[in-house]
Design a protein around this ligand. Structure first.
Ligand SMILES: C[S@@+](CC[C@H](N)C(=O)[O-])C[C@H]1O[C@@H](n2cnc3c(N)ncnc32)[C@H](O)[C@@H]1O
Length: 198
């Protein structure tokens, strides 16, 4: 409902392009409907991720890259017993995301407005997520760094989903290079890859 409303919206605002940026739109001023269409996970994918987390009985879900929060609310709704933490660098997107969670009375989500590099280690240490969706800063180096931090710091079985593994040459290489002694499964789909850690 909110998604359909936003897909028709003319609302425009300034956002900061972090990390590897968007291949579709380089302008700083963006239309909400284009962000929803191009940067947010489509609803079936959000459901798929949320159901995988649910099937694993995830207790602590971490999303890197909130955007406007549509994926986070699906993760939260389908995993009511889990706590969801989602991190977004841009403050306007962060505020919009908090707003939809308030409208939907979604209380199990914590929205963090920060750069991944500044907070990831602390979140991993304190929160020990068992389902992690890496969906921002899609560059070779950042992807490998975040995966290493996750592997080094999460001390329990976890599933890591890396989005956009086919987005660029750098991401294709990063996906190939992702490795760690704790990996039990590594499956690449067209748009994202899933890694299980023991
Ligand atoms: C593809 S969108 C996330 C989509 C969302 N996960 C979903 O499924 O609908 C990526 C988001 O990550 C944010 N982002 C990218 N690099 C970041 C960084 N280094 N620190 C914080 N946020 C970042 C961008 O601002 C953008 O909103």
């Amino acid at each position: 409902m909110i998604r359909s409303h936003w897909l028709l919206s003319d609302f425009q605002f300034y956002i900061t392009d972090f990390g590897a940026g968007s291949r579709f739109e380089k302008a700083e001023k963006k239309q909400l409907r284009n962000i929803v269409r191009r940067s947010c996970s489509p609803l079936p994918k959000s459901f798929f991720l949320a159901l995988v987390a649910r099937q694993r009985k995830a207790q602590a879900i971490l999303e890197l890259g909130t955007c406007v929060g549509l994926n986070a609310v699906v993760l939260g709704m389908l995993n009511p017993k889990a706590r969801v933490i989602t991190v977004e660098g841009d403050s306007t997107l962060h505020r919009l995301a908090r707003r939809i969670a308030r409208i939907l009375n979604q209380k199990n989500i914590t929205f963090v407005n920060a750069l991944f590099d500044d907070v990831l280690e602390t979140i991993l240490d304190n929160y020990q997520p068992d389902f992690i969706f890496v969906d921002g800063n899609h560059s070779h180096d950042a992807t490998l760094l975040y995966f290493k931090q996750i592997c080094d710091r999460v001390n329990r079985p976890a599933m890591v989903v890396v989005d956009d593994i086919d987005w660029s040459q750098g991401m294709r290489q990063a996906w190939k290079k992702i490795s760690c002694q704790r990996i039990t499964k590594k499956i690449g789909f067209v748009k994202f890859g899933i890694v299980a850690l023991k």
